[in-house]
Ligand binder design. Structure first.
Ligand code: ADP
Ligand code: MG
Length: 729
């Protein structure tokens, strides 16, 4: 139970009520020991003061706010809606004051097995009236309290003492193991009873005092079983601070380490080639581009290697900035590497770049996975000898074999596809190269400060003025003939179109088949007069290239594709983006897709076809509540797309809908998932935690001071792997 560093690890099976089966189910959600369970925070709380009697619901109608009742299940019923032939699910419940019917329009398949007669539920919804004028709950949220014959202390407590009951997130597999919300309550209560004293403090006294934070032990107890809402707030504040503090500590350490590196080479002041490029451009750089270029130039003359994030919405013109930086490196006798997330994109960048650099005495090479062996070897040799001055590629560039003679600059396009790992790997290939990371995911500055806390941030916050805003429409399947007519018209005017199909991992095969079938149908039945290309991830590199070439040359008027075109592709003549099953795409994905059009001088259109029926197909691990929630989320995403083209606004909604963890792709970024803090909402705590963490690392980089022992200890338990990932041991 003790590890190398003397920390206690208590196996889950020591807890009363947890056997091998439950331990395994918990393991699936990364709960491996008692500490993990302690930090499995409730997703919400039930509060007696919010509970109303069924007979009082009428009085709450006008307020249009959710209320909670506690009631017993007495009957369930299926009803078929004649018009749509759909099944409704009805649940009749009662409390001591009366009866109520709950209705679900969706998810019948799931709900029909979800409840037991006699089961006691807490149900929350905004009460409405049914056709006969009686109050009803539509799609209530529910929490299981206990079965009637079971005696759970929570239940008595709720009514007798006005307690607050925690609600836990569960799932189909957990429920099967008896770990619904109620099951979690029971085992967490047991765990706290036996092992609360194993919780040791993780923050120094000074910080606790300064921010009036309660001890960790009290916070953990209170976040699960608070005596009052005030106590709950204190507990949450403490746990949020803790979480953000350790996050910032990682960033502080990373930044500290990068400042230990010394710049390996010095740039001459003049920039002949880069200036020549600026002059030869068919357009003028925007003010934002000029400003960012200046910031990068300054980095080249600083004492430390560049570590910069370049943020700029789709189409803001990041590529040209990267190219300027690459030229500057080349004219100083260094090599530059330009990495794109996909081979298609690398190919595109290569073409754009060679075009821009036509007149310049520089040697640019493309290195991607699918190339023939002979060619590959030739290119690798060119890189090793230093003849290749700019190398464009995918992450194949960072994989083992490639050796650079004098790598001075690494450019990473579309950072959210790249992990910390690759960045670190690549860095090791040169002598502390400058690193420029580009992303089209607009992130509010305070958040960027957290996520990329170890990078300097530049923002291109302006689009070239020549752009015409894209028009976006939400449509349904039924309107397709009209949409196809419209596409036909546009193509006759000389334009081109993308038609995009979703492809998700779980149902990849089926999705791919559907896309291919649809492509054949479109070519044969709908757009006979045009030529259609098909592009998907399963094709070989050469095939993909050939298709892209033809589309670029307008030999294909329509490109039918799965999401491989998502990032970065630049074909100004393509003005229509039709997205099928748009409800299945994420918001930033849609934004990226839409960014493929609106790049030329013509009016562009983005047409999103929604088909919510998709959500009702039964899927493993999906509950009825999920179905309702996912549909609502999908609708929000599409409405957002229709209402704005502003990448920052879209990113904010995306952040709200998905939560920071998924939004940032934390797994890829090497930053631990946040469980309780909210990067968007808890800005004040972020700022405070950041200040303390950076100050601590500044004063005591190794955390050797006795006051910091608790921090060091906690850090080693939690984040060892993160540090190793970032190559900072
Ligand atoms: P992104 O930031 O999405 O990577 P790109 O770098 O691909 O955007 O630029 C999009 C298009 O805009 C390209 O065709 C590029 O040549 C063009 N472009 C870049 N800067 C400007 C500018 N200042 N004025 C007009 N067009 C520009
Ligand atoms: Mg780009």
């Amino acid at each position: 139970m003790l590890d190398r560093t003397g920390n206690v690890h208590i196996p889950l099976q020591y807890i009363k009520g947890v056997g091998p089966k439950r331990a395994a189910a918990l393991g699936e959600i990364e709960i491996h020991e008692v500490t993990d369970l302690f930090h499995y925070y409730p997703r919400g709380y039930l509060d007696r003061s919010q509970i109303v009697r069924i007979s009082d619901l009428r009085a709450h109608l006008a307020k249009r706010e959710p209320v909670t009742i506690i009631a017993e299940v007495i009957r369930q019923e299926a009803r078929r809606v004649r018009k749509s032939n759909r099944l409704l699910f009805l649940l009749n419940v009662k409390d001591e004051s009366g009866f109520l019917t709950c209705v679900w329009f969706e998810g019948y398949q799931w709900y029909k097995d979800a409840f037991e007669i006699g089961e006691l539920l807490a149900l929350s919804a905004v009460p409405t009236l049914d056709k006969t004028g009686r109050p009803q709950f539509v799609h209530p949220q529910f929490d299981r309290l206990k079965s009637v014959e079971e005696d759970e202390p929570d239940w008595g407590k709720l009514f007798n003492t006005g307690g607050i009951i925690p609600k836990y997130r569960s799932g189909a597999d957990l429920e099967k193991a008896g770990l619904d919300s109620r099951g979690f309550r029971r085992i967490i209560r047991n765990a706290l009873k036996s092992y609360i004293n194993s919780i040791t403090e993780t923050l120094p006294e000074g910080i606790l005092k300064k921010y009036s934070l309660i001890p960790l032990k009290d916070a953990v107890r209170a976040v699960h079983f608070p005596e009052s809402f005030q106590e709950l707030e204190q507990a949450r504040a403490r746990l949020k601070f803790e979480e953000l503090f350790f996050l910032q500590l990682i960033l502080a350490i990373r930044k500290n380490i990068s400042k230990l590196e010394v710049r390996g080479f010095h740039y001459a002041a003049a920039g002949k080639l880069s200036n020549q490029l600026i002059e030869s451009l068919p357009f003028k750089l925007t003010d934002a581009q000029k400003r960012v270029w200046k910031e990068i130039e300054n980095d080249f003359h600083s004492a430390y290697p560049m570590n910069r994030l370049l943020q700029g919405d789709v189409g803001s013109g990041k590529t040209i900035i990267a190219l300027l930086a690459a030229l500057r490196a080349m004219e100083n006798g260094l090599q530059a590497a330009f990495m794109a997330p996909t081979e298609i994109l690398a190919g595109q960048h290569y073409q754009t770049i060679t075009q821009f650099l036509q007149e310049m005495p520089v040697n640019v090479r493309l290195l991607i996975g699918g190339q023939r062996k002979k060619l590959r070897e030739d290119i690798m040799e060119d890189i090793r000898a230093g003849n290749a001055q700019l190398v464009v590629g995918t992450h194949a560039l960072v994989e083992g074999k490639v050796e650079f003679a004098r790598l001075g600059l690494v450019i990473v396009d579309e950072q959210h596809r790249f992990g910390v790992l690759q960045r670190a790997e690549l860095r090791e290939k040169g002598i502390n190269p400058d690193v420029l990371v580009m992303t089209a995911t607009p992130i509010p500055r305070t958040l960027a400060m957290t996520l990329y806390g170890d990078l300097d941030v530049s923002v291109i916050d302006q689009l070239p003025s020549s752009r015409i805003p894209i028009r976006t429409g939400l449509r349904t399947e039924k309107e397709k003939p009209k949409i196809f007519d419209f596409i036909r018209q546009e193509i006759r005017k000389g334009r081109q179109a993308y038609i995009v199909f979703p492809l998700i991992e779980e149902s990849e095969k089926i999705d791919l088949k559907a896309a291919i079938q649809e492509y054949e149908y479109l070519q044969k039945e709908v757009f006979q007069e045009f030529r259609l290309g098909l592009l998907h991830g399963r094709m070989k590199t050469e095939e993909k290239d050939a298709v892209m070439q033809k589309f670029t040359k307008n030999e294909y008027q329509i490109l039918v594709t799965t999401t491989v075109i998502e990032v970065g592709i630049d074909i100004p003549n393509a003005t229509i983006m039709l997205v099928e099953n748009a409800e299945r795409f994420g918001l930033s994905q849609l934004h990226q897709l839409r960014g493929r059009v609106g790049r030329g001088a013509e009016q562009s259109y983005c047409i999103l076809i929604a088909n919510y029926g998709w959500y009702e197909k039964p899927q493993r691990g999906r509950t009825g509540e999920d179905v309702v929630e996912q549909k609502a989320l999908a609708a929000r995403r599409l409405e957002t797309m229709a209402s704005t083209t502003d990448g920052f606004k879209i990113a904010e909604v995306d952040l709200q809908l998905r939560g920071p963890g998924e939004f940032f792709g934390t797994r890829q970024s090497g930053i631990p998932e946040l469980k309780i803090a909210d990067l968007a909402a808890d800005t004040e705590i972020v700022v405070a935690a950041r200040k303390e963490a950076f100050a601590m690392i500044h004063d005591d980089p190794q955390l050797r001071h006795p006051d910091h022992a608790c921090v060091r200890n906690q850090f080693e338990i939690k984040f060892k792997s993160v540090l190793e990932l970032g190559k900072i041991g």
